[in-house]
Design a protein around this ligand. Structure first.
Ligand SMILES: C[S@@+](CC[C@H](N)C(=O)[O-])C[C@H]1O[C@@H](n2cnc3c(N)ncnc32)[C@H](O)[C@@H]1O
Length: 224
């Protein structure tokens, strides 16, 4: 299956996405990670799926026992190995979230920055993979965009378009939380109701939390 991030938006291009000039976007990105840090005790083994070049891993390193990141893009992981080289309790490797191969279990699994959309596939299938990687009592965090953030999100995506990181945005198809570009990129979002349905279907204890009027989090706790 075509994976836009593996084929197009990888390595230094993905890095540039996060070098935004807009303070409101920087705040959103920081608040999303700070929310996770506030929920950590410092002794957790953390797995981040779709970890990109390690942007989140580097920030979480001082707040966790260890952080492992996996990403499907070889070139993004190559960049990530250098980006996190000073974080002795972290590593990053090439792996498909739909084919996780770990002998260990994790206390926390993260799927941030609208990862439920970025990793395509069936969201429930992705959630199941993350739950499998958790130790009993462990927690998984999935974040998507709050609908309140749409205007700012569009500003950010127009910046990416102007910088040649994404194709031309298809303004006819781009609406209601979905962004479509004419080169094949697309990103959806998940409403609070949909997150609730996913939480119910997971069979885990779950809660939904809005952060900073920019992110919506689904947080699952593995019960058995
Ligand atoms: C929006 S980026 C987010 C990167 C990182 N979480 C961050 O916030 O900086 C999504 C990432 O998911 C990765 N990805 C997409 N499909 C994947 C898959 N099936 N398995 C693992 N990673 C995947 C992409 O290569 C990309 O680096």
């Amino acid at each position: 299956m075509c994976n836009y991030y593996r084929q197009n938006l990888n390595s230094t291009k993905l890095f540039q996405v996060y070098q935004t000039k807009y303070p409101r976007i920087k705040r959103y990105l920081n608040e999303e990670i700070d929310f996770v840090c506030r929920n950590l005790h410092g002794n957790e083994k953390v797995l981040e799926v779709g970890a990109g070049y390690g942007r989140v891993i580097k920030k979480l390193a001082p707040f966790s026992a260890s952080v492992v990141g996996i990403d499907i893009s070889e070139s993004t992981v190559d960049l990530g190995k250098d980006y996190i080289k000073e974080c002795m309790n972290c590593n990053i490797q090439v792996m498909d979230v739909y084919n996780l191969a770990f002998d260990e279990e994790f206390d926390v699994v993260l799927c941030l920055q609208n990862g439920l959309s970025a990793m395509k596939g069936q969201p429930m299938h992705l959630i199941e993979q993350c739950i499998k990687a958790l130790t009993p009592g462990g927690k998984a965090y999935f974040s998507t965009y709050s609908p309140k953030f749409w205007k700012h999100r569009m500003t950010w995506f127009h910046e990416q378009e102007a910088n040649g990181l994404l194709g031309e945005i298809d303004l006819e198809k781009t609406k209601d939380g979905t962004i479509v570009c004419k080169d094949g990129f697309s990103a959806i979002t998940f409403s609070e109701d949909t997150l609730k349905e996913l939480g119910e279907e997971s069979g885990c204890y779950y809660r939904i939390e809005e952060v900073d009027e920019s992110s919506l989090f689904l947080i699952l706790e593995k019960t058995e």
